[in-house]
Design a protein around this ligand. Structure first.
Ligand SMILES: [Mg+2]
Length: 271
């Protein structure tokens, strides 16, 4: 039997990138092996399009990517049969999100979002440099925020957002106000495209989707994959693993755990 074609979806913060210093170098060995084996690595993160573009350049990654928790999928030119780059959107625009947040603030909600911070303030808050902070502020469909009210007010705020068809999704560091979509929508969309392409090129050979994540906002992406991999991190205990799947948890946190799990899976599937 032919070894399966693999496609990897990966969260960034706390998963491929270290939670504290944003470095990925501990995963170099696995990244090199993926590139050598031509296995697509789709970055799927709460990060913005310019942020992920910058990281792809560093990694030498040329595969499609998913931005802002699934707000949009970017398919580069000459990938999956596309002549030119294509951006596919999946939810409320950022203008709509900011409009609803503004109305809630008028009613007393206390929070600080990226739109309320200068690039310098955001840099101080996150430890990013100024250019990176600018990229973080350049957004398509979501608004990360720090909640400054009580737990009770937060619960009311969530209900109010819900009545406007918006949600609040916890990430590694911020709460993300966004429309009704999640990281699995973009992943499923791309997986279908890859399966189609594979059918055209290789007939019925199997395609396995591997997803790696470290926090509750990765839950749906992990559930939509054939092989969910939970990377150990500050919130990874809150992620529930589907018991019926070939699922795993890393022993080490962040990129070290990523390296360990991807190398093991490559070995297991004959790469
Ligand atoms: Mg994460």
């Amino acid at each position: 039997m032919a070894r399966p074609h693999l496609i990897i979806f990966s969260d960034l913060d706390g998963t491929l990138l270290d939670h504290d210093d944003y470095r990925w170098q501990a995963a170099s060995q696995a990244l090199d092996r993926l590139r050598a084996a031509n296995i697509p690595l789709v970055l799927n993160s709460s990060k913005t399009m310019p942020e992920i573009r910058a990281l792809r350049k560093e990694l030498g990654n040329t595969d499609p990517f998913i931005v802002e928790n699934g707000a949009a999928v970017v398919i580069p030119a000459r990938v999956l049969g596309n002549a030119v780059e294509e951006v596919v959107n999946f939810g409320a625009t950022r203008d709509r999100v900011l409009e609803v947040l503004g109305a809630q603030r008028t009613k007393g909600a206390r929070f600080k979002g990226f739109a309320d911070m200068s690039a310098d303030e955001l840099a101080a808050e996150t430890g990013l440099d100024r250019a990176a902070a600018e990229r973080a502020k350049d957004r398509l469909g979501t608004e990360p925020l720090v909640w400054q009210g009580t737990e009770e007010e937060l619960a009311q705020f969530e209900v109010a957002l819900g009545s406007e068809q918006l949600r609040l999704v916890p990430g590694g560091r911020f709460l993300h106000a966004m429309g009704i979509f999640d990281k699995a929508d973009g992943a499923r969309f791309l997986l279908n495209k890859y399966r189609e392409q594979c059918r055209e090129q290789h007939g019925d050979e199997p395609v396995l989707a591997i997803a790696l994540g470290d926090s509750p906002n990765d839950q749906q992406m992990l559930e939509s994959a054939d092989i969910p991999v939970v990377i150990r991190g500050v919130k990874s205990e809150q992620v529930r693993l589907p018991s019926a799947r070939h699922a795993m948890r890393s022993l080490k946190p962040g990129p070290e755990g990523w390296n360990e799990c991807v190398l093991n899976l490559l070995f297991e599937y004959g790469y």
